[in-house]
Ligand binder design. Structure first.
Ligand SMILES: [Zn+2]
Length: 100
């Protein structure tokens, strides 16, 4: 990787232009672009490594997936057994008949 310097023009995804545009580097950290300025609309933003930010739809999906993963890990934390209502249904009548 060659070092990037202030003023270098690189490609990045501009959130305002919503596409890949030329950007000037306005901030460099450890030889890598940290902040860039779109050469089309002059909007400054963190260098995104040419990756488009997730859309609202994708954010929503990621949120749902995170919630599902959380629910799954919460289930596993409760003894590591998946819910088995069929076992309870089998045992309930037996217990009743023993009492009667
Ligand atoms: Zn732009």
């Amino acid at each position: 990787m060659s070092e990037q310097r202030l003023g270098d023009v690189i490609d990045d995804h501009c959130i305002k232009c919503r596409r890949l545009t030329n950007h000037s580097i306005v901030s460099v950290v450890a030889g890598q672009a940290a902040k860039v300025r779109c050469r089309t609309c002059y909007h400054d933003h963190d260098y995104r490594h040419e990756i488009a930010p997730p859309s609202k739809k994708e954010l929503k999906r990621m949120e749902l997936e995170a919630q599902a993963a959380e629910a799954q890990s919460a289930l596993e934390a409760q003894g590591g057994q998946p819910p088995t209502p069929s076992v309870e249904a089998e045992e309930a009548p037996k217990a009743k008949s023993e009492h009667a």
